[in-house]
Design a binder for this molecule. Structure first.
Ligand SMILES: C[S@@+](CC[C@H](N)C(=O)[O-])C[C@H]1O[C@@H](n2cnc3c(N)ncnc32)[C@H](O)[C@@H]1O
Length: 302
């Protein structure tokens, strides 16, 4: 079975052309890493998921690709990235097909799946444990902010009510709670959206992104390129605002008479609008549908 089909492969190949050293911060099955290698780059591949790390190690066993297990925002990983001195850094966020399709990983809303959802199954709370321990307010916030759910508070209350009787440990328990609140019209797209919200919370994905972007940019050589592919509006918003903020020449509060900030842009945004896959790609790989690529080039003197 294919581990994961790399999204926006042509665009990634275009970004890699003429570059020397690439860090793939979310290596997955190594599809993008292979594109970087194919373009002649030395590659550092990072992933927080031990299965992904094993797959990438096996794929590139006979090559000079360096593979590192860890989260891209962890200081240890950021140090390795900086030491590697990449002139291209790639983030392809979210989960791989391997993670979704293997039921034992617990990401899927298919029937009878134990709710794990951890990208690294050795670390942190499972989805079931999170649903058991999150406060009513946290549940509501996650379903609203990460799941865009208009009935987020009702869903939170429903989960609290149900877990008082028995813990929600499987996909069926969560699907039934969603059905109870959204009614008969609830379908796969609702389950996917709300399971994704729980997954984002369990893996603390948006904090990783916010914390990781500046460190990854710092690790790039001057003139280096940072490219991020998002699949969720919350991720894309963070990437868009962060890149825009870095490109401003003054970040002092409005009305401050004298500039006391860095007073120069850290680089430029290459994508006023995100690059999205063409129809041919989404026909062949429907999981690419929500992909949005944004690109930032670090200033030469930054
Ligand atoms: C969409 S997949 C990447 C697929 C990859 N580009 C390929 O072509 O095979 C996302 C990967 O990012 C990893 N990941 C997500 N957040 C991460 C983080 N904060 N640090 C490191 N890896 C992360 C996941 O474990 C998953 O393997």
């Amino acid at each position: 079975m294919i581990y994961h089909t790399p999204v926006l492969a042509d665009e990634v190949a275009r970004l890699a052309a003429g570059r020397c050293r690439g860090v793939d911060c979310t290596a997955g099955g190594g599809g993008h890493a292979a594109i970087l290698r194919g373009a002649g780059l030395r590659v550092l591949a990072v992933d927080r998921d031990p299965e992904a790390v094993a797959a990438v190690r096996a794929r590139f066993a006979k090559s000079d690709v360096i593979v590192l297990e860890g989260r891209f925002a962890d200081p240890r990983v950021l140090d390795e990235i900086a030491r590697f001195r990449p002139d291209l850094a790639l983030l392809d966020l979210g989960v791989s097909s391997h993670q979704i399709d293997n039921e034992y990983r617990g990401f899927s809303f298919r029937r009878g799946v134990a709710l794990d959802m951890r990208m690294n199954p050795g670390v942190g709370m499972t989805g079931a444990e999170w649903l058991e321990s999150a406060t009513d307010a946290d549940l509501g916030r996650v379903f609203k902010e990460y799941g865009d759910e208009p009935r987020a508070r009702r869903l939170a209350r429903e989960i609290v009510r149900r877990r008082a009787r028995a813990p929600l440990t499987t996909s069926d328990h969560l699907v039934n709670a969603i059905r109870a609140v959204l009614g008969a019209r609830a379908g796969p797209s609702d389950f996917a959206r709300l399971f994704q919200a729980v997954r984002i919370a369990v893996n603390d994905e948006l904090s990783q992104l916010e914390a990781g972007l500046p460190g990854i940019r710092d690790g790039l050589t001057p003139g280096g390129v940072l490219a991020a592919i998002s699949y969720h509006s919350g991720e894309d918003r963070i990437v868009k605002h962060t890149f825009r903020e870095w490109a401003r020449d003054c970040v002092c509060p409005a009305g401050q008479p004298v500039c006391t900030c860095r007073g120069r842009p850290l680089g430029r945004v290459e994508t006023r609008k995100p690059i999205t896959p063409r129809d041919e790609e989404t026909c062949q790989n429907p999981r690419a549908r929500s992909a949005r690529l944004r690109v930032f080039t670090k200033a030469d003197e930054a």
